[in-house]
Design a protein around this ligand. Sequence first.
Ligand SMILES: C[S@@+](CC[C@H](N)C(=O)[O-])C[C@H]1O[C@@H](n2cnc3c(N)ncnc32)[C@H](O)[C@@H]1O
Length: 294
Amino acid sequence: MGRGEILLSTTAFNGIRALLKSKTGIHLEESSNSLILSRLSSRVRRQKLPDFDAYLEHVCTPGGAQELVQMINALTTNTTRFFREPGHFDLLKTEVLPNLIEKAKRGERIRLWSAACASGEEAYSIAALVLDIFPDALDFDIRILGTDIDTHMLQHAKTGIYPKRSMNGVSEPYIGTLFEADRGDGKLHIRQSLKDMTTFRYLNFVEPWPVRGPFHVIFCRNAAIYMDPETQSRIWQGLENVLDQEGTLFIGHSERIGADLALQLELFGPTSFRRPLSFLGQNMSKKERGDVTT
Ligand SMILES: C[S@@+](CC[C@H](N)C(=O)[O-])C[C@H]1O[C@@H](n2cnc3c(N)ncnc32)[C@H](O)[C@@H]1O
């Protein structure tokens, strides 16, 4: 322990890992001492507590509930960017949205969900694609939902203001779709039309989900990777439950949905899934026979 460093005992370290896992599903490796020290030391100081043992005790009391939220915010990893893993957006634009737009024009309700949206770049990228190919989208029932556990990230997403460097890597035509004309304040401001189409809400994967579905598109990328296999499996199953019969699920390029969903979902493109035709056919014939009540 260096000068000025706050003591992180093995008991406090393991206690914080266990608490984080039970509250969020996030699994921190046994080697993550330095992550806890770097992300939480300032929180311990701010609470004027002597060490991590006292901090752990505090966040476990009813009076520490607010600090527990801050602890979770500090320990989540929120890396994201506009049009991250661009192949998914190409697929969305060419293979998924045209059909959904036709449905919307026929009066259907269309819902797209960026689950674990961090600071909102993924949700706004989806909204930009929708508006790019269907400028009248706001006159129809097409909406995008962004959810996350991190309350700071959700506040950021709602403001829709990003540093200039966020446009690095965004292809030229989308810069104008995403952002307002330069306000001269050195920041990027998301266009009001995209904000009008997008809602951000708190959702913790390991608590009951305050969403109804069905969702025609779900992006759940680069969040489950931080969870243990059991939690991952519960997330995939939960997503499958709210995915529209003809919906598409996109997961992170380093993630796998595992064997549990192999019968319900099949590969549609790189790390993207749909229900197999045989499954749709089965459901259709059940409906035709009147076996299913909705
Ligand atoms: C690395 S970001 C992914 C952002 C975006 N989906 C992307 O791929 O660019 C992971 C996000 O998962 C969120 N997260 C972690 N645990 C969560 C949980 N239990 N419920 C909901 N969101 C969670 C984090 O707060 C973080 O913003």
